[in-house]
Design a protein around this ligand. Structure first.
Ligand SMILES: Nc1ncnc2c1ncn2[C@@H]1O[C@H](COP(=O)(O)OP(=O)(O)O)[C@@H](O)[C@H]1O
Ligand SMILES: [Mg+2]
Length: 364
């Protein structure tokens, strides 16, 4: 069998650069050497792309990929031809973007790969950009009759206008939702820019913090909730794997709890739910995924309101954390799909999609 040349792209300009390196390290370690040659491209924090050394010493020694920025190995792209480094064309059959957040999970790199006619893993342009945008996602879900936490959004341009009646806006939020409130950037991840506000002072301080990461923010009532996540894989016919629960030891599942504090959260797999609830969640997860136009994979995140048991969709992640101890691969495994088989499947799904696209004929 001919080995496929899989290109793993990692790092990136987003705030989740380090997380991406960790996710990619797990992917590179797990991809079956008998089936695949691995080509590594690292994107540094300023957005420059570099071909990485083949034999990744550091991966073998420390388990974590490094990211070298050798100018001679800078990536040059010719859209109709492919990737080049050091004047040589890279022989790439398939790309796995293992990038979180901005420029990785938001449809931009997916668009580049579409232009280049290279198959890739995960959601396409539309599903990626929808999934990145918490406001648009919730609007789509609402139109499908899927329940979410209510919200109000605010645009930086409106907020910055001297005529904007800030106090009326804040009073309106207080009246409609009460405290505590959550303030978050519309297009971010890893809890960056998110605050929980208990009073008007905290609410006021939370707005610019969220605006640091996006020109659109949203404010929603805090739900006293259990946090449940579900892995979904597939193109048009998607399947939900197991459900898991995140039990943060912090006030909420903030950046520290996610990545810095080793004891920041417990992952409970499968989630301790009765069969009916977990079936319901898996069913909603698939509907949420398909209606948002997602293909390939996603982790769909839920709240269960402790006061009334209501299941509320929170958000979707089209390139979820991928380390071997991350929720997404763990939930697949718990649902009977081993990590390495899951990677094979993501490659198959990307190839399936491009085959369909290549059948299209744009001549009229
Ligand atoms: N409305 C809410 N009620 C309660 N907790 C919330 C709410 N919104 C966000 N959170 C908390 O903040 C965390 C991060 O918010 P989330 O919307 O998932 O953004 P991110 O994309 O950064 O993960 C959640 O996992 C949860 O702990
Ligand atoms: Mg989240």
């Amino acid at each position: 069998m001919n080995k496929k040349n899989i290109c793993i792209i990692y790092g990136g300009k987003s705030g989740e650069h380090e997380i991406s390196i960790r996710s990619a390290s797990s992917v590179v370690k797990t991809l079956d050497e008998n089936k695949y040659n691995k080509i590594l491209i690292g994107i540094d924090k300023t957005g420059r792309w570099y071909l990485q050394p083949e034999a990744e010493e550091s991966l073998r020694k420390t388990g974590i990929l490094t990211l070298t920025t050798d100018e001679a190995r800078k990536i040059v792209i010719i859209p109709s031809e492919g990737f080049f480094a050091d004047h040589k064309k890279l022989d790439i059959d398939f790309v796995m973007p293992v990038l979180h957040g901005t420029n990785g999970e938001d449809g931009t790199i997916q668009g580049l790969l579409e232009l280049m006619d290279i198959p890739y893993s995960g959601a396409g342009v539309l599903g990626s950009s929808v999934g990145m945008d918490k406001e648009i996602t919730k609007k789509i879900w609402a139109s499908e009759g899927l329940e979410t936490v209510p919200f109000k959004s605010l645009n930086l341009e409106v907020f910055s206008d001297d005529a904007f009646p800030l106090n009326d806006f804040l009073n309106g939020l207080e009246k409609e939702y009460g405290y505590p409130l959550f303030v978050k950037p519309v297009r971010a991840g890893s809890s960056v820019g998110i605050s929980r506000a208990e009073n008007p002072e905290e609410l006021k301080a939370a707005l610019p913090k969220a605006f640091q990461f996006d020109s659109r923010i949203m404010i929603e009532p805090a739900i006293d909730a259990r946090e449940i996540e579900c892995s979904v894989i597939g193109n048009l016919t998607a399947a939900a794997y197991q459900t898991g629960e995140i039990a943060p030891t912090h006030e909420f599942y903030d950046y520290e709890a996610k990545y810095i504090d080793e004891n920041g959260a417990r992952l409970i797999i499968p989630a301790n739910l009765d069969t009916e609830t977990s079936e319901k969640i898996r069913e909603i997860a698939v509907k949420a995924y398909v209606s948002a136009g997602i293909e390939g994979m996603a982790r769909v995140d839920f709240f269960i309101d402790r006061r009334n048991g209501k299941i509320l969709l929170n958000e979707v992640n089209t390139i979820p954390g991928f380390t071997s101890i991350s929720m997404f691969p763990k939930l697949c495994e718990a649902g009977g799909l081993e990590y390495s088989d899951m990677l094979d499947k993501l490659i198959e799904l990307g190839e399936e999609r491009i085959k369909l696209n290549r059948k299209l004929d744009f001549n009229i």
